[in-house]
Design a protein around this ligand. Structure first.
Ligand SMILES: [Zn+2]
Length: 197
């Protein structure tokens, strides 16, 4: 964490610690996307951590598609809000928003690094089949990073809070039907959160 003071201190909803949950927020200006608020919650006691990225401007629901085939593509910027769906069809990989969803600002390589971490967890805890598939995906991610295999990165956000930024990125407005489909899971999750508090 940078040298910033928390803007708020709260009780932790996870471990119940009194005033142990610190809220940090930071305003950033992302070229070709706009101003965003980056918020991070960190509990000093149980190390619970959650981040999100929320644009300060009204956005349209959108899908961003990028064919990743060069080193330059790996450096393209990615804004992923907690409401963003991330998919790489070639690797059979999809991240849907959920209670553990994190928002982040990174680049395409950073998204692949996060995927590698998730796959390593799967290999550690999974059964034989999952381990085998996991090892294969790790090998393919390595190939993508070396420019030996192309993939398509797709980010869809029913709130429009997420984006891939750079040349060659296809940007499409989502239809009402698509927004409804993408939002269905979110509504459920929000209902669950409401019951918890
Ligand atoms: Zn805690």
């Amino acid at each position: 964490m940078k040298d910033v003071k928390p803007v708020n201190v709260m009780d932790c909803p996870i471990c119940g610690g009194k005033n142990t949950l610190k809220v940090f927020s930071n305003q950033l200006d992302i070229p070709y996307f706009g101003k965003v608020m980056e918020t991070t919650l960190i509990c000093e006691k149980c190390k619970y951590r959650k981040s999100d990225i929320i644009p300060l401007e009204v956005k349209e629901p959108k899908r961003y598609t990028l064919k990743v085939s060069s080193e330059e593509d790996l450096n393209k910027r990615v804004v992923r809000s907690a409401t963003g769906h991330v998919r790489i069809p070639e690797l059979g990989f999809e991240v849907r928003p959920g209670p553990a969803s994190e928002g982040y600002i990174s680049n395409v390589e950073g998204v692949l690094n996060r995927l590698e971490d998730a796959v390593r967890m799967l290999i550690r805890w999974g059964d034989e089949e999952e381990r085998r598939k996991g090892e294969e995906v790790l090998k393919r991610i390595e190939d993508v990073k070396r420019g030996k295999e192309d993939i398509t990165l797709i980010i869809e956000d029913p709130m429009g809070h997420s984006a891939i930024i750079g040349d060659g990125v296809k940007e499409e407005k989502l239809s009402e039907e698509e927004v409804k489909k993408l939002s269905e899971g979110n509504i459920l999750i929000m209902e669950k959160d409401k019951n918890k508090s």
